[in-house]
Ligand binder design. Structure first.
Ligand code: FAQ
Length: 359
């Protein structure tokens, strides 16, 4: 899988005045807005990161959606449906933010569906038991919060603003995951073992969500200079582990990391060795669920074709009846196949049962 995101077709000419204004905004901790001049590389970096983030939210619907039809109670089912639907909403805000940089939603979705775009490694792992839904909420949404709260202060305005609501919702998701695990941990021996097994399987992949170690992170230095990223991958990973330790104690579950320790001198938690070979394998498309995630994404996209067509036709008729510029039987506005209004319904088709074995 190679990263092809970032091309917008809008190459800004060298503009010393624009560059000076851009630098001044960044230095003053201000926000760059879509109409401001920005360096091409800044635009490309944002399209890359925001579109990868959007894809992660959309693909991230699949592992938990696997349990909607088999949630253990109506209450759990309703909460899980709302949670998965939130993730679709996050994808939509993020695609909208990326669109302000001049890349169309069709282009981004095409990159996702054809396997050219990256999405978070974490969503290439299976969810064989109900406890996985708890572990995803606690660990995956927990990691997402650690990583994303600082993005509320990212220098690009539309991205930073989208992150505010996303983080509030992720906070709720993290608590519901914790509560599922707490219920299981206080249940029968079998339920407790199921919770521990899920934590054992999701712990290491959740640490990988923060990206490669700082020394192997080619994008970090520049993204931090541009104030897109505020902290390094390793700093956020350490902060996340520090958050997990007391919460694992409260759950009465252990973290599968015998070498985890607090380093007084460094003033931070140090984890055991992370298996970066596994991370690279997942990024190369060879994780346990990569092929299935992409197959399901394409199936959902194809299933949603009639919805997109109907919504585009509706928009076309609305434009004609509104009598806007160019409206009328012979001059109606062209239908937008990437209109945001078409997406939520199309994404709902993702919600279905995968072939993952139930425990
Ligand atoms: N997976 O130089 P860096 C969620 C790639 S949303 C796959 O360090 P950067 C909500 C990276 O793209 C989770 N690829 O890169 C939810 C780059 O490749 P490229 C998603 C990864 O951008 C919960 C290369 O490695 N969150 O969980 C990963 O400075 C539950 C070198 O890396 C975001 O996207 C990875 N884990 O830092 C939904 C947050 N890590 O493009 C449903 C926003 C690295 O050069 C259910 N993104 N790579 O070919 C970020 O903060 C950053 O992009 C990082 C990576 C920190 C992910």
């Amino acid at each position: 899988m190679s990263s092809t995101q970032g091309g917008t077709g809008q190459e800004a000419a060298v503009d010393p005045e624009g560059q000076a204004a851009f630098d001044a905004i960044i230095d003053a901790d201000g926000r760059i807005e879509p109409r401001d001049w920005m360096p091409d590389a800044y635009r490309r970096t944002l399209v890359r990161q925001i579109s990868q983030h959007a894809h992660s939210e959309i693909i991230g619907m699949q592992p938990e959606a696997n349990w909607i039809t088999r949630a253990p109670s109506l209450r759990r089912k309703a909460i899980l449906m709302a949670k998965v639907q939130d993730e679709a909403g996050h994808g939509l805000y993020l695609y909208s933010a990326a669109q302000t940089l001049g890349t169309s939603r069709d282009t981004m979705l095409n990159q996702l569906n054809t396997g050219k775009a990256r999405y978070s490694s974490i969503f290439n792992y299976p969810t064989p038991t109900w406890a996985d839904v708890g572990a995803i909420g606690w660990l995956v949404d927990g990691a997402a919060i650690c990583n994303q709260v600082p993005l509320c202060r990212a220098s690009y305005g539309p991205y930073a603003r989208a992150m505010i609501r996303i983080c509030k919702e992720e906070s709720f998701h993290q608590r519901q995951g914790f509560e599922i695990l707490l219920t299981l941990a206080r249940g029968t021996g079998e339920q407790r073992a199921m919770a521990q097994d899920a934590v054992d399987r999701w712990y290491w992949p959740s640490l990988m969500m923060f990206g490669p170690p700082d020394g192997d992170s080619p994008n970090s230095a520049r993204s931090m200079a541009w104030k897109i990223k505020r902290f390094s991958n390793d700093d956020l990973r350490a902060r996340f582990v520090g958050m997990l330790v007391p919460q694992a104690e409260a759950l009465g579950l252990s973290l599968p990391d015998p070498d985890l320790r607090y380093d007084d001198a460094a003033g931070r938690w140090i984890t055991g060795e992370i298996d970066w070979t596994e991370f690279q394998e997942v990024l190369a498309g060879r994780g346990p669920m990569n092929a299935e995630r992409l197959r399901r994404r394409n199936e959902a996209h194809d299933d949603g074709a009639w919805v997109r067509e109907a919504a585009a036709e509706y928009a076309r008729k609305q434009a004609m009846s509104d009598g806007g510029p160019g409206a009328g039987p012979h001059g109606g506005a062209p239908a937008r196949t990437d209109a945001p209004a078409t997406e939520p319904r199309a994404q709902r088709a993702v919600v279905g049962q995968e072939g993952e074995a139930a425990a």
